[in-house]
Design a protein around this ligand. Sequence first.
Ligand SMILES: C[S@@+](CC[C@H](N)C(=O)[O-])C[C@H]1O[C@@H](n2cnc3c(N)ncnc32)[C@H](O)[C@@H]1O
Length: 410
Amino acid sequence: MAEHPPYPVGLRLLGRRVVVLGGGQVAQRRLPALIAAGADIRLVSPEATPSVEAMADAGEITWLRRPYQDGDLADAWYALIASSDSEANAAASAEAERHRVWCVRSDDADAATAWTPATGHSEGVTVAVLTTEAKGRDPRHTAAVRDAVVEGLRDGTLVAPHHRTRTPGVALVGGGPGDPDLITVRGRRLLAEADVVIADRLGPRDLLAELPPHVEVIDAAKIPYGRYMAQEAINNALIEHARQGKSVVRLKGGDPFVFGRGMEEVQALAEAGIACTVVPGISSSISVPGAAGIPVTHRGVAHEFTVVSGHVAPDDERSLVDWPSLAGLTGTLVILMGVDKIGKIAETLVAHGKAPDTPVALVQEGTTAAQRRVDATLATVAETVRAEDVRPPAVIVIGPVVKEGPRPDA
Ligand SMILES: C[S@@+](CC[C@H](N)C(=O)[O-])C[C@H]1O[C@@H](n2cnc3c(N)ncnc32)[C@H](O)[C@@H]1O
């Protein structure tokens, strides 16, 4: 066999009959890909696992609840033989041979006329890995090779630029709360393909160090304009680089659309006629409390959570937040950008009826090596922030959920 390795091919199964013998774990693992390929799947088996049964109930496969019968493979293009009845497997395999149906056997790779590769997908590419001989088959090794390739493509450590589909333009990428592992797979891949990266102060800054030397990294926080002009300067930088035909990644902390001014950048790019894709990110509003052991909801404790910006005080005329209504809610309040104003915020919530002993937690630099959690109540939080020198960036959580769960950093 080693001299005659299997011939790799991609079967296009849309609307074509595929017969699966046996409704156990092997079928359960293989069926989703056959369904995704659009095959007309006929499962022959007296029994099936609950997941396989659910596929039949959903109409994704046709299930014949009986043992194999001669003739079952008559209209098949492809067969997967995976029942626990070895006689039936052998008989079905012989029928497949007679009808020239390519046939995979889970019980006997030698007798099979086809082998299933270990497969994975990454952005429009299917990676399929096969061993070259039946005897030395090591499914764990093929799966490990597949994982290495797919993971490498996903996280950008294996760089395979898209020569045909890679188009210049801007990707607005949510980088997550800070831990470099918490960016999305798509975000990481776009970062690996970028010519220019414009990054914020928050987010996974460690990833910038991994970029190849030819990538131009622009620190958005250092763009030399006043506070008011900064956003316009960032928009201009995005437009300028994209117009030079470069692949530009705008790397933002958390999710671009959660207090991230992402839509302003999308609008500026649209006005300039520049293509822009938006990649969501894990927002600090949920992940940072979670990293400190605080669930923003908990069964029987909180049925809602509200994410609020605390960058202006409640009595500031620019505030768009209805603090009196928030004081009346029973769920969780999550406040971003609120460290400076937490005293006023706590005072306002209490003035409108929230209990002064409502638990509060401040999680500073969540998901990073410097993560720190400080607990207080609405009555004590202003003093605690001062005494403990809590500094931005921090997420503030107010409500009974603060008391749930173990504290990972305690
Ligand atoms: C301008 S907002 C951006 C929010 C971001 N778009 C998101 O979805 O997480 C910045 C605020 O997010 C919070 N924040 C972001 N990353 C954080 C982190 N790692 N730890 C604590 N707070 C964080 C802080 O409240 C910070 O002041």
